[in-house]
Design a protein around this ligand. Structure first.
Ligand code: SAH
Length: 659
C-alpha cells in the first residue's frame, strides 16, 4: 500500500525536464527528485545510466519540449540557457519555470517565470533538496519578503482577472502604497505580511495602485493601475431539460454573468440535481472548463428554502427548485431567513429557452427567451443572442459560497525538524516546509525554521499546549485544499504531532487518500543527545516519556521497571516540568535497583540549539533539580562507561562488555 504522494517536485512541476551537458552536472541532477527519464544529456554522455540522449541540437530539443513542460532545470552556464530559451519566451503567464543550477550545486537561480510559472518556488525546492544551496531569486517582491501581487491568491485557487499587473507590481517594487479592496475570499494571505508592507486595507491613504479581490468584473479606473483577483466563490446552479446542449448551457451562464457583472473566473463550479449527473452537455461543459459538477438528490434539494419554488418543477423531479436550491446547497449559504437566502443568492433563477423543437413549451419569440421569476428583474439580453441556435432549456441561478473553492486536493506534510539547528533538518523536510502553502507549529519551532519560510506562506504558531487545535487546524486547511506542513521538533512521529494528526483524521472519517499525507522524519532528541556525548546508544535501547499527562503514571513506572530490568540504555523524554517534579527521582531509584550507582548518565539540554548544555553524571549523583523540559536524560546500561567527556556503550566487537 502506498499512502499519499511522495514527490513534491514532480507533482507540482510535472512534466519537468532537466538538462546537463557534463558528468558533474548529471550528478547534481540525479541527486534531485527528478525522474531519470527526464534528465536529458548529449550523445557524448550516452554511457551515463538513467539519462536520455537528445539526438539533435539542444536548441531544437528545448523548443520541442517547451510547450508541453511546466518546468526546466538546467545545470548549464546561465548565458547558454539565456540563449537557448530567448527565442521561446512568450508571456509570463504561460511560459514554464526555468531554473539554472551551477555545477557545484551552490546556487539555484530562478531565471524565468519566477512568479506565475513557479520558478521561484522551484528554485527554493531544488536548493532545499540539494541541501545548503542558495536559491537566487531576484524579483523585487522576494527582496521585500512579500508575496508577489500576481501570486498572493494562488494558494487559495484565485484566478487573475483583468489588470495592469506589471504596473501594480512596479508600484510595490518602488515602495508605493497599494489599496486593497477585498470583497470575498480568504484574508489569511494578510496575516504574515512583513512590517511596513505596502498594502492598505483601510482606504485611508493616497494609493498609487489598487488590488480588487472580487467576484465582479470591475471597470479599471484610468488614473490608477489596478488588478483584479477573482476568488472562486460563485456556484452556478443549473436546471435543464434532457438533451440541452453544452453550448446553450454555457451561453446561458455567460449571459447571466455578463448581465450581472460577474466574473466567470470567479466560478467555483456547477451544482444540479443528481438525475443530471449524466447530462451530456453539462458534463462536457464542466470537463472543458475544469469546473466540478456537484449533484444533490431531490430529497436534499427540497429541504433548501428558495426564493422561487415551482410546483411544476416539483411535480416533474420531486423538488420545487433545482437551480436555486442546488446553488444555495453547494455554497452552504445560510438559508434560515429570506434575507439570508437573498444574500447567498447573487442571481435568482433565470430561464433560457431555445425555440428549437426539443423545448417542451415552445416559445413564440423567434430568437430567444429569458424569464426571471421574481427577485431581481430579468436582464434584457441581446436580441442577437446565440441562444437561438442551441437545443434545450436551461435555468441558471448563482450563489456565493462562504469560502472560496481552491480546486485542489489538500495535503498534510508531517515534518520533523530535528533538534533545532537548520543544518540538522533533512533536505526533504526543508523542502516540504518551503513548498507548503501553510506552516503550523509551536512558536519556538517556527522561529527556528524562519530562514526557510517563504513570503506569502500562511504561518500559524500555536502555543505548546494546543496540540489538538494545531492538528485540527491543519486538517481543516488541508480539507479546504491547502498543502499544510505541521512542524514538530525532532521526529514528528516520536512524541510529535504526526500521530495526533493521523488519529484526528481517522476520527474525521478520512478515506486514507484525501488529504494526502507524507511524513518527513527528523533527528529525534535521543539521537541528537547521544551524538553530543558520544555513542551511548550502541546497544539495545528504549525511549520512555515521563510525562503522565497522556499516559497513566502506573504504566510509565511499569515500563521503567522493565527497561531497567532488561538492561536497555534508556532515553527519558519530558523528564521534568515546573509542576511535574517527582517522576525523575522515582525513575532514578527504579534504575538503581538494577544498575550500579556509577552507571553513566548524560543530561543533554537543548541539543544543537544556542543554549545547549551537556552534563555527564552517574545514576547515583543524578540531581533531578538540574533537569528541565528541554533536557533528554540518557541512562547507560551495565556496560556503558565514560572516557574523558565521552559516553561509550560497547557493541561487543572487542570481546568484552555486551555481545
Ligand atoms: N518529537 C520530539 C520529542 C518531543 S517531546 C523528538 O523527536 O525529539 C519533548 C521532549 O523531547 C523534551 O522534553 C526533551 O526531553 C526532548 N527534546 C526535544 N528537543 C530536544 C533538544 N534539542 N535537546 C534535548 N532534548 C530535547
Amino acid at each position: 500500500m502506498c499512502a499519499g504522494k511522495t514527490n513534491l517536485l514532480l507533482t507540482e512541476f510535472s512534466p519537468l525536464a532537466a538538462i546537463a551537458t557534463t558528468p558533474a552536472a548529471v550528478k547534481i541532477l540525479q541527486g534531485l527528485d527528478i525522474n531519470d527519464g527526464n534528465i536529458w544529456v548529449p550523445e557524448s554522455l550516452r554511457e551515463i545510466k538513467g539519462t536520455q540522449v537528445y539526438s539533435y541540437s539542444l536548441k531544437n530539443h528545448i523548443a520541442d519540449l517547451w510547450q508541453t513542460h511546466r518546468g526546466f532545470v538546467f545545470c548549464l552556464a546561465t548565458g547558454a540557457v539565456v540563449r537557448l530559451i530567448a527565442p521561446l519566451l512568450q508571456r509570463k503567464s504561460t511560459d514554464p519555470a526555468v531554473v539554472v543550477v551551477d555545477e557545484s550545486g551552490k546556487f539555484v537561480i530562478s531565471l524565468c517565470s519566477g512568479h506565475q510559472g513557479g520558478g521561484d518556488e522551484l528554485a527554493r525546492l531544488i536548493a532545499a533538496q540539494i541541501g545548503g544551496a542558495t536559491p537566487v531569486i531576484t524579483g523585487s517582491a522576494n527582496g521585500l519578503r512579500l508575496p508577489g501581487v500576481d501570486m498572493l491568491g494562488v494558494p487559495f485557487g484565485w484566478r487573475r482577472g483583468e489588470g495592469n499587473w506589471t504596473q501594480v507590481s512596479g508600484v510595490v517594487a518602488r515602495g508605493g502604497k497599494i489599496r486593497v479592496i477585498q470583497e470575498v475570499g480568504s484574508t489569511l494571505w494578510r496575516n504574515n505580511l512583513t512590517d511596513g508592507h505596502p498594502f492598505d486595507f483601510a482606504e485611508s491613504t493616497n494609493p498609487q495602485g489598487q488590488i480588487l479581490i472580487t467576484p465582479y468584473v470591475r471597470a479599471l479606473s484610468p488614473g490608477m493601475p489596478t488588478v483584479n483577483w477573482h476568488p472562486r466563490v460563485l456556484w452556478v446552479g443549473i436546471g435543464c431539460e434532457r438533451g440541452s446542449s453544452r453550448e446553450l448551457i454555457e451561453t446561458a451562464i455567460q449571459q447571466v454573468f455578463r448581465e450581472y457583472g460577474l466574473a466567470e473566473d470567479a466560478i467555483a463550479g456547477i451544482a444540479t440535481i443528481d438525475i443530471k449527473a449524466d447530462e451530456v452537455g453539462l458534463v462536457e461543459l464542466c470537463r472543458d472548463r475544469n469546473w466540478p459538477l456537484k449533484t444533490f438528490a431531490a430529497d436534499v434539494l427540497k429541504t433548501v428554502s428558495v426564493p422561487h419554488p415551482s410546483s411544476v418543477v416539483e411535480r416533474e423531479v420531486g423538488t420545487p427548485s433545482v437551480a436555486e436550491a442546488a446553488a444555495l446547497r453547494v455554497s452552504r449559504a445560510k438559508t434560515q431567513s429570506r434575507k439570508e437566502e437573498e444574500r447567498g443568492l447573487l442571481v435568482p433563477k433565470q430561464i433560457f429557452r431555445s425555440p428549437i423543437p426539443n423545448s417542451r413549451s415552445p416559445i413564440q419569440n423567434p430568437s430567444w427567451k429569458v424569464c426571471s421569476t421574481g427577485g431581481t428583474p430579468a436582464p434584457q439580453l441581446s436580441a442577437k443572442s446565440k441562444i437561438q441556435n442551441y437545443q434545450g432549456a436551461v435555468t441558471v441561478a448563482v450563489a456565493q459560497g462562504e469560502r472560496e473553492y481552491i480546486g485542489r486536493d489538500g495535503q498534510i506534510l508531517l515534518v520533523g525538524m530535528g533538534p533545532g539547528r537548520l543544518s540538522q533538518m533533512t533536505p526533504a523536510a526543508q523542502m516540504a516546509v518551503t513548498g507548503a502553502d501553510a506552516v503550523i507549529g509551536y512558536g519556538l519551532y517556527i522561529d527556528l525554521i524562519a530562514p526557510i519560510l517563504r513570503p506569502g506562506q500562511v504561518v500559524e504558531a500555536l502555543p505548546i499546549t494546543q496540540e489538538r487545535q494545531r492538528a485540527q487546524r491543519a486538517i481543516e486547511l488541508a480539507q479546504w485544499g491547502l498543502s499544510v506542513a505541521v512542524v514538530s521538533s525532532g521526529d514528528c512521529g516520536i512524541y510529535g504531532m504526526a500521530g495526533l494528526v493521523l488519529e484526528e483524521l481517522q476520527g474525521h472519517g478520512w478515506d486514507g487518500k484525501v488529504p494526502s499525507i507524507e511524513v518527513f522524519p527528523g533527528i529525534t532528541a535521543l539521537q541528537a543527545a547521544a551524538a553530543r556525548v558520544g555513542t551511548p546508544l550502541m546497544h539495545d535501547f528504549c525511549a520512555i516519556s515521563l510525562s503522565d499527562l497522556l499516559t497513566p503514571w502506573e504504566v510509565i513506572k511499569k515500563r521503567l521497571e522493565a527497561a531497567a530490568l532488561g538492561d536497555f540504555v534508556t532515553a527519558l523524554y519530558n523528564p521534568r516540568s515546573q509542576t511535574r517534579t517527582q517522576q525523575l527521582g522515582i525513575a532514578r531509584d527504579i534504575f538503581l535497583k538494577y544498575r550500579h550507582g556509577n552507571t553513566p548518565v548524560a543530561l543533554v539540554r537543548s541539543a544543537y540549539r544556542e543554549d545547549e548544555q551537556i552534563t555527564l553524571t552517574t545514576l547515583e549523583q543524578l540531581l533531578p533539580e538540574s533537569v528541565d523540559m528541554l533536557t533528554t536524560v540518557l541512562i547507560g546500561n551495565q556496560s556503558t562507561r565514560t572516557y574523558g567527556d565521552w559516553m561509550i556503550t560497547p557493541r561487543g566487537y572487542l570481546g568484552f562488555g555486551n555481545s
